[in-house]
Design a protein around this ligand. Sequence first.
Ligand code: EPZ
Length: 419
Amino acid sequence: MARFIITESVPLKGKVRVSGAKNSVLPIIAASLLADGQSVIEEIPYLNDVRIMCELVESLGACIELCEGNTKLKITSGSISDTTAPYELVNKLRASFLVMGPLLAKTGKARISLPGGCAIGTRPVDLHLKGFMAMGANITQGHGYIEAASRGRLKGGKIYLDFPSVGATENIMMAAAIADGNTIIENAAIEPEIVDLATYLTTMGAAIKGAGTDTIKISGVSCLTAASHAIIPDRIEAGTFMAAAAITGGDVIVENVVPDHMKPISAKLREAGVEISEELTSIRIRGGELKAIDIKTHPYPGFPTDMQSQMTSLMSMAHGTSMIIETIFENRFMHVSELKRMGANIKIEGRSAIIEGSNKLTGAQVKATDLRAGASLIIAGLAAEGVTEITDIEHIDRGYMNIDTKLSSIGAKIIRIAD
Ligand code: EPZ
């Protein structure tokens, strides 16, 4: 079992570059199925999740070529040879469900293994299906699969999302791009990754207005053509490095960021006493005396749930009592029991974590239960006295490319012990 060994680190210092956004490249790879021809996607984070999504679109008929040190993908798509996303792939990557919209729109049918829940929650897909039904698809479920079919082209429709779901907004937008007529998505998600997907679709010839607002209007076109696109930087990877710099009292410049995307994270770190200065594509973090703060996760532009566990670690080292409320997922505090093994003083009450900060964590053997929980343990390990061993690090590798080498380059004492 691969693991990380982390020793209490000196204040991190230097420059670290953020990769392309995992939560942008995954829907964009799915969207490439909509076009004929070869799309060239740059700034790829070469992650386990990206490899699985590539394997899935290849199984559906696309041809994938990785080049330039695995940072560029050439995806040649045309006729779809299969319309089933099998259990063994969907089970490894829930985001596989994002091929449903493109398959349904392009071929009139899609058969996707029902994505199970995951460590952080049940992760339903009802809003995705509500959107497809509003566009004329017939949905059936059975034997662990969801099947969607439409007689002829999908028809544009009007959808009000009960919750501004990122995945549902993406899936419906992709399906609507080549539907017959106009689609309106209301109460849409407005995350930067939605805008990135809309930019790629528009470059392919889609007619989309309002991406980045809560009302997106899509006028279906008859076909899309392949296009080139560069993935936006990963705001959660950037935030993770910012928290690592802050907990060690370091002085780090995080490069390849869009400061605007970082606003909710930067605002909370400033509130916690961290000094932050922004340049056009970089952010400098200087750690100081950490103050306890309260955080409530919200859809963008609120504080991102994907940074909640990292901030829980940081607040474990702050002076005072912090309250962190997780409003998006029902079970996203699994890092807390591991942090308590390191001496953190945290009490869970329903969706709230009450953190009595102290200036002392101690190294221990802990395990990564999910992607961001694993990141929070790395952050805690950097500040904990002694040595921390993190197992199950495949969870971390799903969303962070070379996190150990990147952190080592700014002074972190972290080594990877392979299987
Ligand atoms: C995306 O997941 C991200 N994943 C998640 O990142 C992120 O935490 C989440 O958005 C919220 O920002 C990718 O983009 C691949 P949602 P997604 O649909 O699309 C409920 C990470 O760590 N919901 O916005 O699945 C759902 O139960 C991962 O990088 C429904 O009820 O998130 C949840 O409570 C974790 N019905 C809430 O909405 C639906 O049909 C948010 O889900 C869909 C969602």
